[in-house]
Design a protein around this ligand. Structure first.
Ligand code: C2E
Ligand code: MG
Ligand code: MG
Length: 593
């Protein structure tokens, strides 16, 4: 008996339609019966993409019954943002006969869109589509931050996460696949020769060529400018791809010079024995290596070309990172958060730096690697210890030193981290009111209720909590509604977008108004120009942070005096206390003697 797979946290399992429970009579019934082994929803589309037949739990998933869908276009089921991608999938299916491993989001009458795995095949011009709810895990591939808007390619992290799984699945199915890294030598020079519109069409065309050569649209990644990775059928003619990319670059280059394309194929031999996570880790490692090296040529030549070696190297990098954390070989750089109206510094954000000599070197890649490899909670705990040391080195009788520490959403689901942090805080009650926490990478929280409970424990102990990167991912409002926090930090990209579009001011003002009603303060981050300061101030943001007031520094004295004091309505006071003019971060802090 066939049945649909039930998933934890998913809508109820679909009841098997009659077509699947009786002896198969036609190709369509056979298809339905077979596909129900795998899928939650089934569709039969005609050549134009119009639904001819629908079966499965559409009512539970979308609020619509299967018969009511007949005659509608497939796109009516998909979120508008995923529409172009979904059309591309249908086109690819018609071109190749089948498609696997694609992801689309189902739009719903109520609730957030549901990410679904999509498989499809064509027969006599008709297209059969099977959709299955993705396991309830954060879907990085769907975070807008994970996809480069110009090329439409995935980030290296999102790619490696799904590619590891796909390599494994393809090999188990006896299918031959390959991973190829591509480097366009001279790409930066070429970009310097292009005007904005040419550069944009070139990037779009390069992305399109790579996606077409890949197994599917989510199997090609942008590693760095001019560097890409793709998972493809073993039969792909890599030479032809090189020629296509070369021709594209030459065709767009006013000097006709173009770029030199070099590729390196990863030998997947033996990878069948390797765990899926290790494969993903190895691939990510390869891409990180490629990104880190300043000259792409060197990176491709020095990169091990067997995946097994990469997996081994990734494992050794994990060991190195663990040691680095255990030995506390990292430092705290601070950056002030100040009142948008008075310019008074309220507190500082603690940003880790792995090289003491390079306060500007972003930890982002190392942090992402640690998140991808399940090490971040160890780091976050070590950072909390460091933050305590930092605070301990400052006078305790001053309000001037308050620190916000980042916690990855991943860490708060790990009991070892939660227990470790709470023990640390309980043993150091003097930190109350001096230490705050920013939850980053919210998409990595798998259990929002549990996350909220943890947040409330922190707040109950008088530590304020901030939701970081608000507006960077699609689910920000869901987090704001599920998590009770003191502060929301509006992501720099959201501020920039708001400044670009006509309705941006109205949206940002509505958001700050909503937060005000919820009793939540707002911080606008990445304020790097007087215009952005004026903009967010006009929109009602309470606090600001950004390069305009200094880059993160290992030395807190760098912010005294604060640059651009003249931009504030009244000169900031050196001593830092929250004044009645500046909306106070709603404080869980007990009054201090
Ligand atoms: P975040 O928490 O959103 O931190 C703000 C980032 O924006 C910092 O990057 C900061 O240097 C940068 N920034 C500040 N002002 C400006 C500006 O005006 N323009 C631009 N373009 N950038 C600005 P950084 O230090 O590279 O950190 C990147 C991310 O790494 C952080 O984003 C956070 O997610 C993560 N991170 C940093 N330290 C830690 C840590 O100790 N633990 C964890 N879990 N994550 C951390
Ligand atoms: Mg932060
Ligand atoms: Mg942020």
């Amino acid at each position: 008996m066939v049945s649909a797979t039930a998933h934890a946290g998913s809508p109820p399992a679909p009841s098997v339609p009659s077509s699947a429970s009786v002896a198969p009579r036609s190709d369509r019934d056979r298809f339905a019966a077979l596909a129900f082994c795998w899928a939650d929803l089934l569709l039969h589309l005609d050549e134009a993409g119009v639904i001819q037949f629908a079966a499965g739990a559409f009512s539970a998933f979308t609020g619509r019954t299967p018969p009511s869908l007949v005659g509608e276009h497939f796109l009516s089921l998909i979120t508008p943002e995923d529409g172009p991608k979904a059309l591309g999938y249908l086109k690819q299916t018609h071109g190749r006969g089948r498609l696997e491993g694609a992801i689309v989001r189902l739009s719903r009458q109520q609730g957030l869109p549901l990410p679904m795995d999509l498989s499809a095949y064509t027969l006599d011009g008709h297209c059969y589509v099977a959709l299955r709810l993705r396991a309830h895990s954060p879907d990085r591939a769907h975070d807008r931050a994970s996809r480069d808007q110009r090329t439409g390619l995935l980030s290296a992290e999102a790619f490696s996460e799904t590619a590891g799984r796909r390599v494994k699945a393809a090999r188990e199915a006896g299918r031959d696949v390959g991973v190829t890294l591509v480097n366009l030598k001279g790409f930066e020079d070429l970009q310097g020769r292009l005007d904005e519109s040419r550069a944009s069409t070139l990037l779009g065309a390069l992305g399109e060529s790579l996606r077409t050569a890949a197994l599917d649209a989510d199997s090609a990644a942008l590693v760095a400018e001019g560097r890409y990775g793709l998972l493809h059928d073993a039969s792909l003619d890599v030479g032809a791809l090189e020629a296509r990319l070369e021709a594209l670059a030459r065709g767009h280059d006013p000097s006709g010079e173009g770029v030199e394309v070099e590729t390196a194929a990863l030998d997947l031999h033996g990878s069948g024995e390797v765990r899926e996570e290790d494969l993903a880790r190895g691939l990510l490692y390869a891409m990180n290596q490629m990104q880190r090296t300043s000259t792409g040529a060197l990176s491709l030549r020095t990169l091990p070309t067997t995946l097994l070696k990469l997996v081994a190297q990734a494992a050794s990098e994990v060991t190195d990172f663990r040691r680095l954390v255990a030995d506390r070989r990292f430092h705290i750089a601070v950056q002030p958060i100040l009142s948008a109206t008075t310019g008074n510094i309220h507190h500082y954000e603690a940003l880790c730096r792995f090289e003491a000599t390079q306060p500007d070197a972003s930890p982002f890649r190392a942090i992402t690697f640690a998140e991808e490899t399940g090490l971040i909670h160890e780091f976050d705990l070590a950072m909390a210890h460091k933050a305590l040391e930092w605070l301990g080195s400052k006078p305790r009788n001053s309000d001037a030193y308050q620190l916000a520490v980042n916690i990855s959403g991943y860490s708060i689901g790990i009991s070892r981290y939660v227990d470790g942090l709470l023990a640390l805080l309980e043993n150091n009650p003097w930190t109350r009111g001096r230490l705050m926490f920013e939850i980053t990478e919210s998409a990595r929280m798998t259990d929002l209720d549990a996350a909220n409970q943890f947040i409330q424990v922190l707040r109950g102990l008088h530590y304020r909590v901030c939701l970081d990167d608000f507006g960077a991912g699609a689910a920000s409002f869901q987090y704001l509604s599920a998590l009770e926090v003191d502060v929301v930090k509006i992501d720099g990209s959201a501020v920039r977008n708001a400044m670009k579009v006509a309705k941006g001011k109205a949206f940002l003002s509505a958001l700050t108004e909503l937060c005000r009603r919820l009793g939540v303060s707002t911080i606008a981050e990445m304020i790097d120009s007087p215009e952005s300061l004026h903009f967010v101030r006009d929109c009602g943001c309470d606090y600001v942070q950004g390069f305009l007031f200094g880059r993160p520094s290992l030395n807190i004295k760098d912010f005294s005096p604060l640059p651009h004091e003249d931009l504030f309505l009244k000169p900031p006071r050196r001593r830092v206390t929250v004044t009645s003019n500046a909306p106070a971060l709603p404080s869980a802090t007990p009054p201090r003697a």
